[in-house]
Design a protein around this ligand. Structure first.
Ligand SMILES: *Cc1c(COP(=O)(O)O)cnc(C)c1O
Length: 408
């Protein structure tokens, strides 16, 4: 029921923040510059710029931190996922959630595998094990699960399904550093887990990825695969890539890893500030984290149901942008609505994926945001709603923003 133009709610107050509050700020430990500069100078002097002692040190540090036998550092999480699938020698179909970042699916496509898209759980946003069961065919080779926003997926159920059907199980753990299951970190689940160290993730190396596994043979193959597949014979044993990590990246990654749980805890307080303002509001829902699990809080997803909340999610995003608050809508559109994945086999109607992607809004939740600003943004979401309820949509709001967030 649009109001006539001249009765609309057009009084624009000052923006909530004078300077942009970005969606993310790279999670680099405070005060690392001097020690990193020293290490960078040493690297330059040594002449060993890539895949040297700093990379090995990062791998050891990460394996120990995550309580897993092997860690193989690579140039990105995407490259890590791609090489894990390659090194497992898969053929046929790979079951994965439609509600994910497209890099999850790209890893399958690059290997000539066929993604089969399944639904997620309405509450946790993670791949639904029941839907995985229904998706299994005679051609299924593997399952890729994603710890969405850093919320651990239902690993025990997925491991049972994989064991029962002789399938490989890989976790896209791009968001997973800082998360935990029964008090312990992620890293040892399935055949392998792959973490991202890119700028929007929990530990930042500039770019980079970590593959963790308890499978020593798989780790050895990955070490070849990240170096074109060459084990030193100049006769490649596996079709690899150049997916090596540089020494500079390893220095940054190692600096950020030890206190990643602390950063997740700081983010959790920011999340609580949002929840304490919005948690009881009609038409607002949050991702559920299972008892015994803790999320890294790489992102916070707030679901705004237009009908019950009274205002469209896209309008709230646009209004927050005018308040200098940057938001995203992960993952809208989900894979099955993207051109590369439109023709993939799907199971069921993906109704939870549709539900969440049409309603989700990701506000800033990064460590240094702080509870106070998180609370202010949450209050602002309510006053944006109340403004529209009282006076309708303002005239600057002409059309929904184009679907699909830029970036990741
Ligand atoms: C960021 C991301 C990736 C890709 O990580 P890169 O290190 O940028 O290659 C993969 N999966 C998910 C879910 C992501 O968010």
């Amino acid at each position: 029921m649009a109001l006539p133009i001249d009765e609309r709610n057009d009084q624009d107050g000052p923006p909530l923040f004078d300077a942009l509050v970005p969606l993310v700020r790279p999670e680099l430990p405070a005060g690392i510059a001097p020690s990193c500069s020293d290490a960078f100078s040493q690297i330059l002097a040594s002449g060993q710029l890539t895949n040297g002692e700093h990379v090995r040190r990062l791998e050891e540090l990460a394996a120990e931190h995550l309580g897993v036998r092997e860690c193989v550092a690579v140039s990105s999480c995407t490259a890590g996922l791609l090489l894990v699938l390659r090194c497992l020698d898969l053929e046929g179909e790979v079951i994965l959630p439609s509600f994910t970042f497209f890099a999850t699916g790209h890893a399958a496509l690059w290997n000539g595998l066929e993604p089969v898209l399944v639904d997620c759980e309405r509450d946790t946003f993670n791949i639904d094990p029941q839907q995985v069961r229904e998706a299994i065919s005679g051609r299924t080779a593997a399952i890729i699960a994603v710890h969405v926003y850093g919320n651990p997926a239902a690993a025990a159920e997925l491991e049972a399904i994989a064991a029962e059907h002789g399938l490989r199980l890989v976790f896209d753990a791009a968001h997973g550093l800082g998360a935990s299951v029964e008090g312990g970190p992620l890293g040892g689940l399935g055949d392998a887990e792959v973490f991202s160290l890119s700028p929007t993730k929990m530990v930042v190396a500039g770019e980079g990825g970590l593959v963790t596994t308890n499978d020593v043979a798989l780790a050895a193959r990955l070490r070849l695969a990240r170096n074109y597949g060459d084990g030193g014979t100049y006769d490649c044993e596996v079709l690899g890539l150049n997916a090596r990590m540089t020494e500079f990246q390893a220095v940054l990654g190692a600096a950020g890893l030890p206190d990643v749980e602390q950063r997740s805890a700081d983010r959790e307080r920011n999340v609580e500030a949002y929840v304490s303002v919005l948690g009881e509001q009609p038409g607002v829902a949050f991702q559920r984290v299972r008892p015994g699990h803790s999320s890294s809080r790489k992102d916070l997803g707030i679901l705004l149901d237009e009908e019950e909340f009274g205002v469209s999610r896209d309008f709230v995003c646009a209004a927050l942008e005018r308040d200098n608050v940057q938001t995203r809508r992960y993952f809208d559109p989900p894979l099955h609505r993207q051109r590369l994945y439109r023709d993939c086999r799907r199971v069921g109607d993906l109704r939870n994926t549709e539900w969440i992607s049409a309603r989700v809004l990701n506000p800033p939740v990064y460590t240094r945001l702080g509870e106070q600003r998180a609370g202010q943004i949450a209050e602002r979401i309510l006053s944006i709603r109340d403004g529209v309820r009282a006076g309708g949509y303002p005239s600057w709001w002409t059309a929904p923003m184009p679907a699909g967030p830029p970036g990741r």
